[in-house]
Design a protein around this ligand. Structure first.
Ligand code: NAD
Length: 455
């Protein structure tokens, strides 16, 4: 059985039967049998289903937000933001699918015709994270379904109820039961899913699990995408409006209680504005309301996973021992629930775990730098490469800096931002492959090359 608990108070919300190797195999067989007729439907029919799914999200938005908040502890306004943001992503896929999937003639002369079509992969495994179950799930299952694949969707064990709601809404929208199935459970259920003869794996989660998945499926030569963690840096130049930059970056670091893959996790500040920036940043963070995630005014909720408290405790202890200055926070709050104070350190360096390892919580280190070269060197001094950004008034300077950053997404005067129109990807340990944009539709297909010579 899988126990679902509320991270705000530790209470049990539900107990659900987890999938076994046998039930995962049965789900795979059903998904495989149903896929061909789903793919044979005209694209228009699949678009209708996803449009109805969107309507279902709108009709049930408050109830879905309450479920999400109860199982992951996301403050209720942020749960509603996630669901409202999902609508824009679905709209992008609905708008872009037709053109992206249309057959393309790339050559037509001297009796020779060359064409590319997009074939579905077959049955794909969608193994997902808990921090944005609607966003990171839909980035995969919406285009995967539109392109004619069957989807075996394993929500995180920390977001199972939301995963089941997604399944119910898709089925109510007309997606056949066997074409989209929810696989329930933790790592063992994910491993049981990977043991099936699936045609592709689309994973969102930690680097550690990503490595295990790559090892499990690598030799099988199937499509593999891994969207993994980050240690995302931002550089604040000396020409900024300090209060504006501090407000934007405090939100980027602490939104979703710091549990976003693209949360700001490191800040480098030009020495000329360092002290003023730190003061404004700490003031912002002290202004955040910590509290019951069902409350409308709550901005910081509990951590979803109790185990992350130990990671944060260890980073705080390590930073203090190595000379960092604790400016606010630094400790967990009393149980029940998994609470950690929003925490800010200055006088940090890259000898500290806080500046090198993903924190995935409401904690940040701010480091003083002498100029652009030092900032770029430190920002790239990481195993990860998901996002990175710069705050400056100077557009040319920003472009020069962003061009040198090793990251899938780069930001000027913004952070912690995802657009459905742009590809979402990482370099180094942040992953392989991508979602979103028109590339994130094509990625669920196999391009088929047609060489047609007229007799
Ligand atoms: P996780 O790696 O613990 O789990 C992710 C999923 O993998 C879960 O569904 C889990 O049950 C499953 N799993 C665990 N072991 C498995 C195994 N051996 N075989 C198959 N499946 C297995 O990650 P998490 O705690 O759910 O998510 C947090 C991490 O995800 C952070 O590192 C965060 O940065 C990252 N993340 C990245 C993105 C992105 O777009 N790059 C988005 C969201 C989260």
């Amino acid at each position: 059985m899988l126990k679902v608990t509320n991270p705000a108070d530790g209470s049990t919300i539900a107990e659900l039967p987890a999938d076994t190797p046998q039930s995962a195999a049965a789900k795979y067989r059903a998904a495989h049998a149903a896929q061909a007729s789903w793919a044979e439907r005209p694209l228009e029919q699949r678009l209708v289903c996803i449009r109805r799914f969107r309507e279902g999200i709108v009709s049930h938005l408050d109830r879905l937000a309450a479920i999400l908040t109860s199982e992951v502890g996301k403050p209720i306004r942020q749960s509603r933001n996630e669901l409202n943001g999902l609508l824009g992503r679905i709209d992008f896929f609905l708008d872009a699918a037709r053109d992206t999937l249309a057959p393309r003639t790339v050559f037509n002369a001297d009796g020779m015709h060359e064409r590319i079509t997009h074939e579905p992969l077959g049955v794909i495994a969608n193994i997902s994270a808990w921090n944005y179950p609607y966003f990171v799930g839909a980035n995969v299952f919406v285009p995967a379904l539109l392109t004619g694949n069957s989807v075996l969707y394993k929500p995180s064990e920390y977001a199972t109820l939301s995963g089941l709601e997604i399944g119910n809404l898709l089925h109510a929208a007309g997606v056949p039961q066997d074409v989209f199935q929810v696989v329930i459970g933790a790592g063992e259920a994910g491993a049981a899913l990977l043991a099936q003869p699936i045609d592709g794996v689309y994973f969102t989660g930690s680097y550690a699990t990503g490595v295990k998945i790559a090892q499990a499926v690598g030799p099988r030569m199937i499509r593999l995408q891994l969207e993994l963690g980050g240690k995302d840096p931002t550089y604040v130049c000396e020409d900024v409006d300090v209060a504006t930059a501090a407000a934007s970056l405090a939100d980027g670091a602490m939104y979703n209680t710091g549990q976003s893959c693209c949360s700001v996790e490191r800040i480098y500040v030009h020495e000329k504005v360092h002290d003023a920036f730190v003061e404004a940043f700490v003031r912002e963070v002290k202004g955040f309301t910590i509290g019951d995630p069902t409350g409308e005014s709550s901005y910081i909720g509990p951590l979803t996973r109790a185990a992350q408290l130990d990671v944060l405790d260890a980073q705080v202890a390590d930073a203090k021992a190595k000379g960092a200055r604790l400016l606010t926070g630094g400790r967990r709050l009393d149980p029940p629930g998994h609470w950690f104070e929003p925490t800010v350190f200055s006088h940090v360096n890259h000898g500290m775990a806080l500046m090198r390892e993903e924190s995935f919580g409401p904690i940040i280190g701010i480091q003083k730098v002498a100029g652009d070269d030092e900032a770029v060197r430190l920002m790239n001094d990481t195993d990860y490469g998901l996002t990175a950004g710069v705050y400056t008034k100077d557009a040319a300077r920003a472009e020069r800096i962003l061009a040198r950053l090793q990251a899938g997404s780069v930001y000027w005067n913004c952070c912690d931002r995802v657009s459905p129109r742009l590809p979402w990807s990482g370099v180094k340990h942040s992953g392989i492959g991508l979602t979103l944009s028109t590339y994130g539709i094509e990625t669920f297909t196999r391009p088929k090359a047609w060489h047609l010579r007229s007799p």
